[in-house]
Design a protein. Sequence first.
Length: 306
Amino acid sequence: MKRVIVLFLVLLLMGCTQKVPHEERWGIYSFDLATEKTELIYSSSKEISGLSVFGDNFIFSQKTAIDNESEELFSVTMNGTVKQLTNNEFWDLYPIWSSDGSKIAFLTWRNNTLDIYVMNQDGSNIKELYASEFHDSDIHWSGNKIVFTRNSQIWMMDDDGTSAHSITYPPNAGEWGNANLPFGDYDPRLSPDGSKIVFERLVNDISPHGNYDIYIINSDGSGEKALTSTGYSQGLASWSHSGDKIVYLVAAIGTTGKYDLYMMNSDGTNNQDITPDYFPDSFLCHSPVFSEDDSKIYFVGEWWDD
């Protein structure tokens, strides 16, 4: 009995003494699901957005100009080695690894709309992959398929840019209400085996941040199902590599800001906030993804009080 009490006190003390490492306003962090330990991998004073990981290599987009008119793609290894992959006057953002790590797809605003481009993993051989007459966004690559958002719907195509077709048909897609985006579906992510797609749907506009639920659908467009029914401002769901877990972000509940990490089973059960108590209110989480062995969550952290 005494050993149990001592162990409990040790674990309690460990939890009380843990802190989030803090250098610059923005950072890429690692969160261990078992120990709840948080480690800082990369830190920057400039805004970081989007995050994709292959092995121990991360890719992301980052503001590079004071006036925020330039955004470029970068890579960083687990030991903090940074490389700039693009350098131009355009917006390059939302990078995603191919399944074998040899290529990177990303969004760029080089013409009149956001289009999908692709390049080698070192930033060479940049070329257009897909361009519609609309903004193409929210890309994800798994196997030989790429999913993306177009016209507030989920679309899918082959990874050579051909055979693009819509997967979802949400009610009132593209219609503006009182939220910051039109009604519709956003941020699709293919499951590791490519059989399913998880995404968020704007279901209400009571909150100016938008009221979303997490949905899942088979890649052939069948079996659409809501995994949540809370209507939180939530999304950016990401699969575990085993395919049985989903991690996502809850940015707000009603008008109350959260930016917490949530995780659930891939069927929507066991849905819970996994953000540890020692995360301060001024520390906001973005863009969560699983580590290769599913033991950790990598995410972009922002210190709001900086």
